[in-house]
Ligand binder design. Sequence first.
Ligand SMILES: [Zn+2]
Length: 274
Amino acid sequence: MNHKTISKSIEFKGIGIHSGKEITMTCNPSTSGSITIINSKDNNATLPLTLDTLAESHKRATLFKNEFTYLSTPEHFLSACAAYSITSLDIHINGNEMPILDGSSIEFCKIFESVNIQEIPDKPLSPIIINSPLTIWYEDTCIIATPAATSIFSYFLSYDHPLIKSQSHTIELTKSTYMNDIAPARTYGFKHEVDHLIKQGLAKGGSLDNALIIGDDNYINEPRFTNECARHKLLDLIGDSWVLNRPIIGHIIGIKSGHHLNHLFTKALATNYS
Ligand SMILES: [Zn+2]
């Protein structure tokens, strides 16, 4: 297995969910074997995708170097990278967050489908092969990694909410299962929480065009799957795990986990499989 990059440059444009501002990001092929973000709004400061830059704020993933050099909401893009095993890119961006697009990763996948994903000769990549169970947990949330022949991801969530209740989803991670079953699942929010975020001056770009919004006893907009929330949390778990920049052979099971536990999990994996 070798590192992979894209055959030619691709561009994504859209608003950032935090700032509401228009963002353009251009992904260029790279043979470096790593993903690097270069921010033109920050004197072309570079932000490498590494465990050291991984952080979380306001329940969202962030890559953080300092108060000027950071990038919010990389997880949906990274999740699509995981599905296509893309490990090597230079990403030029003109802001501090990735475009939210429709709140899922389907648009990233569609553009990846329009180029060739190429192996980089003489750039070997060793996958993480889970050889014994690893559990990381906090209160009622948990992530378990167990050995498996392929890459399998599961997620379980439960809310005290009449529509959502308990949901789960499992996929064997391939490009096609991801594209069909996971990529279209949008980020979601409960209406009362979204109203609170807006009052705090956050989620300026949030709208019914880029999130599934859940009211007290009904969906405000139409869900794409009956278990869209669980599928989206699975999308996030796959994306947060891609900070390792290595495929995982094993079964990863997230139970009510969020970005914070996902990050602790990736750090534990890195320690165990360095
Ligand atoms: Zn998400």
